[in-house]
Design a protein around this ligand. Structure first.
Ligand code: FRU
Length: 494
């Protein structure tokens, strides 16, 4: 049975998406079907297709009544919208169906686990959100909420932990057929922790233990945990709120942290060894991963950040997009990320230059466009003389430009969208310290109408940013202070 709220949302989105022309969206990044999108949810492979759900307010381009939007794809790049999957239509989730995840049950049903939210008036007149964990089962299009919802509530959290910050379950199935879920939580010290739950059948859940504790190191509340084993390491990804900066590794506000360590599968014990940011750019948050049928660990994040949402304008027909799916690997205790290989099938019109001398500003015949895959390798033209700065400018015309620039002496790569057409005082620049010797730098830049994702040194770091630049600004140019030798391969992307 489909509730009235869900039926209305489905009718509304179907009508409303007609107002959005194809060229008004990115071409291979998923956007809200209409209205607002935040976190990826329920990223899973089910009956031969990739499913990606998302935090969704169909009715406005700002955060509001949280539904789950839904799309499917065979390559994670061409997405087809399906009807909204969940609406906040039950007593236990009437104020929102918050983030969660999905897996397939042995009987073939698709299981969604999400956070149900109910607002509660406090004695001081303020409002707090009570959060519980809920289930819905379905066939890949229609989902029915479980009769025993919520399956986890305040009775299932350790003493002192907040019932207002208990959200974003990430479920997986272990080799022995039992299930585990990690859930973000806030302990008495006010910072974050990730709690572990276990289930025999995916429906009935028990609290096990604190899986990882923040102890006030990385921000406060930890949102949207994700955990997997990759290349022999345990990898825990969380999105902390209220972070303090740490040099250029972590920036202020909402961030993403990847903790890499040892995992003992038998006892579900995770021992941290290394930490790093997942994305060093401006717009990235709340990523979720899947294991593809051919064994790749792929991550998709919300290519936006709570701190940068103020760029919305009343004219926007959609707001919020997903990042490119990224293939992950672990090397020497670091997370590496590269665009999924399926992207290469969308490459057209190869243009290549080798050994171009860049001093001052140049542009190159055949190198322009707003949907592009660009591979760059630069070094000093004269080995004895380090250049001072190298920059790529794109989405450029006489009025606008966004740039990625590198100063080899400092080893700092900077992304700057100050002149991208933004009319709001949000973050426009971000810097990252990168590994570079003698001015050598390797970049892969993916442009898709309203964004850039920069993969640095074969995926050792990534910087993502959205831009709102008019489509006519499609120039790409290069700049050097000093003398740079550059190899470049550029493809148009469909
Ligand atoms: C993260 C988040 C989640 C929550 C959702 C609500 O961006 O705050 O913790 O489930 O967004 O939309």
């Amino acid at each position: 049975m489909i509730s009235q709220a869900l039926r209305e949302a489905r009718e509304f989105e179907e009508e409303s998406e007609k107002r959005i022309r194809e060229t008004e969206r990115p071409s291979f990044h998923l956007t809200a079907r209409t209205g607002w999108m935040n976190d990826p949810n329920g990223f899973s492979c089910y009956k031969g297709q990739y499913h990606l759900f998302y935090q969704y307010n169909p009715y406005d381009t700002c955060w509001g009544s949280m539904h789950w939007g839904h799309a499917v794809s065979r390559d994670m790049l061409h997405w087809e919208y399906l009807p909204a999957a969940l609406a906040p239509d039950e007593l236990y989730d009437k104020d929102g169906c918050f983030s969660g995840s999905a897996i397939e049950l042995p009987d073939g049903r698709h299981l969604l686990m999400y956070t149900g939210v109910v607002r509660e008036k406090q004695e001081n007149g303020g409002i707090c959100e009570v959060q519980t964990q809920c289930l819905a089962m379905g066939n890949g299009t229609d989902y029915e909420k479980y009769e025993n919802n919520p399956v986890l509530d305040e009775r299932d959290i350790p003493e002192g932990s907040s019932r207002f910050d208990f959200r974003d379950p990430k479920v997986w199935r272990k080799k022995d057929g039992t299930y585990r879920a990690l859930i973000g939580s806030r302990p008495a010290d006010g910072s974050g922790q990730v709690l572990l739950y276990a289930s025999e059948d995916g429906l009935c859940w028990q609290y096990r233990k604190v899986f990882a504790a923040n102890n006030d190191r990385f921000g406060k509340m930890w949102e949207c945990p994700d955990f997997f084993v990759l290349d022999g390491k345990g990898v825990l990804i969380v999105s902390p709120q209220d972070m303090l900066p740490r040099e250029l590794e972590y920036h202020n506000g909402n961030g993403t942290v990847c903790l890499i360590g040892e995992y003992d599968e038998e006892t579900d014990t995770f021992t941290e060894q290394y930490d790093q940011a997942v994305d060093y750019g401006i717009d990235f948050y709340a990523p979720q991963t899947i294991l593809t049928p051919d064994g790749r660990r792929v991550l998709i994040g919300w290519m936006q950040n709570w701190e940068t949402c103020a760029v919305r304008t009343p004219e926007d027909k959609w707001f919020g997009q997903m990042s490119l799916p990224r293939e992950l690997s672990i090397r020497d205790g670091r997370l590496y990320q590269n665009p999924i290989r399926e992207l290469e099938e969308r490459r057209r019109d190869r243009v290549e230059y080798r050994g171009v001398l860049v001093r001052d500003a140049i542009s190159l015949e055949g190198i322009r466009g707003r949907r592009a895959d660009i591979e760059l390798a630069v070094c000093s033209a004269d080995e004895q003389k380090l250049y001072r700065k190298f920059a790529v400018r794109f989405a450029q015309n006489a009025r606008y430009q966004t740039s990625v620039s590198f100063e080899p002496l400092e080893g700092i790569l900077k992304i700057d969208r100050m002149f991208s057409g933004s009319r709001k005082a949000v973050v426009h620049q971000r810097r990252s310290r990168i590994n570079s010797k003698d001015g050598h730098l390797k970049l892969r830049m993916i442009l898709d109408r309203f964004s850039v994702e920069v993969f640095i040194n074969d995926g050792e770091q990534v910087m993502s940013a959205t831009i709102q630049t008019v489509p006519e600004a499609d120039g790409i140019s290069f700049f050097a202070d000093g003398e740079v030798k550059m190899d470049i391969v550029k493809f148009a992307l469909e």
